[in-house]
Write a protein that binds this ligand. Structure first.
Ligand code: ZN
Length: 418
């Protein structure tokens, strides 16, 4: 048997009630004409019930998956039916979604590539417009969100992400992750980082999901603390290690900047030069020459050195198993920090003391919460928001985030052959 495009299409993508009538190669593209099966009645696009025909509309085009990377399209003249319930409406066309000039198969095809390439690259590789890629991914994501399952979610992480330029309220996103060991994904993203945003997010997940939560992980951001206490008070609220470490690092960095500003020149100022990243790293990970310089800095009796020591000793805190021993350590550490006369470190100490109860929940969660889950997902989000996807709107970015991090189910991709 000789392989024809029609054979291929019938094997990969057969639509009950329609036949592939003609396949033509024009100088620019492959045109595939479809026809309704003569013996089958058309179906109403609203209720999918068979209905008597009414009239025929002009021929329409839908972009199909390119064959040998030649642009390929479906041509078909839709019928209108007279449905008993819905009146005169366009028939149900299985490869089409509403008024979109692109087939479902092509939307799936583009969406799957848009996860590996940027949207712009996808558009360039398969030659639809950027807008067309965007709309396809959007449809794909909406389908996924409507069909995803939100069962068995025990731990969520709530965080804020900075996006774009500037520090306006609109430049922040609130994200909700699932951080269970078996499934880590983006559950929800919303604009701004206010109480209202988080309330909207939790409401979107639904009462059933919130009721089933055992752990909620977040930073000390006041707006979030309030909402979590009000809406998910039954779950153990944990301040996570990643954020505390971040606060300590920021404090050390502040001390370093202030001190090098104060010293300006001289031997001691030299010791602070180009040490920013070394100071922020974990002490055990600083090696070689950088390590020698770090030693030199510590011996110079600089505030930066003392702040760094405080930050490093705090790492022992996370090693405790017993809540009471960890509590004792925290008391000693904060005492030292408060006496250090280094304002940024004192500020962290005060913050830790005022959130002690939530901080101790880390030990009550007994290793059920992974320290790296929120951080890992945040990093992935940054890759998406910073990579030049050419997002023109917030909505496009939101779609891209769900698309890459939401682990959404996919509509059956009818164009795959196996
Ligand atoms: Zn109907």
């Amino acid at each position: 048997m000789q392989l024809q495009v029609k054979t291929l299409l019938n094997r990969i993508q057969h639509f009950a009630g329609f036949v592939y009538q003609e396949v033509r190669l024009t100088p620019r593209r492959i045109e595939i004409t479809l026809q309704a099966h003569a013996q089958r009645a058309a179906r109403c696009s609203q209720c999918r019930q068979s209905a008597p025909g009414y009239d025929e509309l002009p021929q329409r085009e839908w972009l199909f998956v390119p064959l040998w990377n030649i642009p390929t399209c479906f041509l078909y003249a839709p019928r209108r039916v007279h449905c008993a319930e819905h009146g005169v409406v366009v028939e149900h066309i299985p490869w089409s979604q509403g008024k979109r000039p692109i087939t479902v198969a092509m939307m799936c095809f583009l969406s799957q590539w848009a996860r590996r390439l940027s949207w712009r690259e996808t558009a360039r590789a398969f030659r639809p417009s950027w807008e067309c890629v965007y709309r396809s991914v959007e449809w794909f994501v909406h389908w996924g969100l409507a069909h995803r399952r939100l069962e068995g979610i025990e731990a969520i992480g709530v965080d804020e992400i900075h996006w774009g330029q500037g520090k306006r309220a609109d430049n922040f996103l609130t994200v909700i992750y699932q951080i269970d060991r078996h499934c880590r994904r983006l559950l929800w993203v919303g604009r701004r980082r206010t109480q209202a945003t988080l309330r909207r997010g939790l409401a979107a997940l639904g009462q059933e999901v919130i009721g089933g939560l055992r752990f909620v992980c977040s930073d000390m951001w006041k707006a979030y603390l309030n909402v979590i206490a009000a809406k998910a008070g039954h779950a153990l609220h944990v301040l996570d290690r990643f954020h505390i470490t971040m606060h300590l690092n920021q404090a050390v960095d502040q001390v370093r900047r202030a001190e090098s500003g104060r010293l300006r020149q001289g031997m001691r100022a030299q010791k602070l030069k180009r040490m920013r990243w070394q100071l922020l790293r974990r002490g055990s990970r600083v090696r070689g020459r950088a390590k020698q310089r770090l030693h030199g800095l510590l011996q110079a009796n600089l505030a930066t050195g003392r702040a760094w020591m405080l930050k490093e000793t705090f790492r022992d805190f996370w090693r405790y198993r017993s809540v009471s021993w960890a509590g004792a350590f925290l008391a000693v550490w904060t005492e030292r920090a408060l006496r250090s006369r280094i304002e940024p470190m004192r500020k962290v100490a005060r913050m830790l003391r005022s959130h002690q109860e939530l901080l101790m929940n880390w030990f009550r969660a007994k290793g059920e919460i992974s320290a790296g889950a929120v951080e890992g997902l945040n990093n992935k989000i940054r890759v998406v928001t910073r990579r030049s996807y050419g997002f023109r709107t917030y909505n496009a970015m939101e779609i891209a985030l769900y698309h890459t991090l939401g682990r959404l189910p996919e509509p059956l991709s009818t164009h795959t052959f196996c």
